[in-house]
Ligand binder design. Sequence first.
Ligand code: UTP
Length: 294
Amino acid sequence: MKNIENIKTVVFPVAGLGSRFLPATKSVAKELFPILNIPLIEYAVDEAKKSGIEKFIFVISREKLQVARHFETNSKLERELKSKNKKFLEVITKNRIPKNNIFKVFQERPLGLGHAIWCARKYIDGPFAVVLPDDLVFSKTPCIQQLVDIYKKHKTSVIGIQEVSMDRVNQYGIIKTDNQKTNDIMTIQDIVEKPSIKRAPSNLAIIGRYVLSYNIIEELSKKQTGVGGEIQLTDALKNSINTSRVLGYKFEGKRFDCGNVMGAIEAQVFAALKEDLYKKDMTKILQKFLKKDY
Ligand code: UTP
C-alpha cells in the first residue's frame, strides 16, 4: 500500500437501485439524469478533475455500464458532428477521460454503499476520495478539493458535513461531536445511521463527499451489515473511530440531493438561475407561476 499524501483516486459508487426515482430509473441510471444539459455524473467527474484526481473508479451494475461509457470516445457521434455541427463536437470531446485512467468494477447486487466501495479495493492503494454523484454541490472551490486540503493538513479521514433540519435527520448518517476544532472542522465521536429525531445526536448530516484513509477498506472487509441489511459505509467509519481519528468538515457550497424528485427540481431551478444563458427565462417562468399566470 502506498502512503501517498496526494489524493489521486476517486471512487464513484453508482450501482444503487435509485428506487426513489422509479419508474425513470427502471431504464435510465439516475447518474445520467441531466441538470440543465449536463448529467449528474459529469458534474461529479468535473469536480474530481478540478481537484487533481487522475484515477476514476466507477462501481457499477451490469445495467449501468452507460454511466462509465459517457466518458469514453463515441466515434460514431464524433464523425457525425464533425461533418454536421462542429460546435457540439467540443462539448462531447472535452468530457473524455483517458482510457487508462478509467476503471470499472461491478457490484453484482446492491448490498450497500460500504459494499460498493469495498468492491473497488483492487484499484485502491492508498487514501482515496469518494463522490456520490446524486449529491450535487455548487461551490467556489470544488467540494472534494476542500476535503482533500483538510486531509493533507490532518492526514486522517475527512467527511463532508452539512446541517439539516431536524425533520430530515432520519434520511442521513448523523454525527456526534463535542469537539469542534473550528467552526468548520470537528472530530467525529459517533455516527448514527438514519436516526429518529429523538435518537439523533445532532443535526449534522453526512453528505456524499469523503476522503478516506486506506484502513477503511480493511474495516469494510468485515462485511458487517447494518440498517436495511446493507453494508453501510457509516458503520465502517464508526468502527474506525476507535482506532483512528475521523474528521467532519462543514464544506462551503450549496448542495442538492438529486436522488429524490424535489431535490432534483430544486437543483434545476438553482442551476438555471445561476447560468447566464437561462437566468432571464427561468426568472420569467418563476414570476409567471407565482402570479398563477398559467
Ligand atoms: P442511495 O442511498 O442514494 O441509494 O445511495 P440508491 O439505490 O442510489 O437510491 P434509492 O435510495 O434506492 O432511491 C447512495 C449512493 O451509493 C450508491 C448509489 O448508486 C448512490 O450513488 N450505491 C448504493 C451503490 O453503488 N451500491 C449500493 O448497493 C447502494
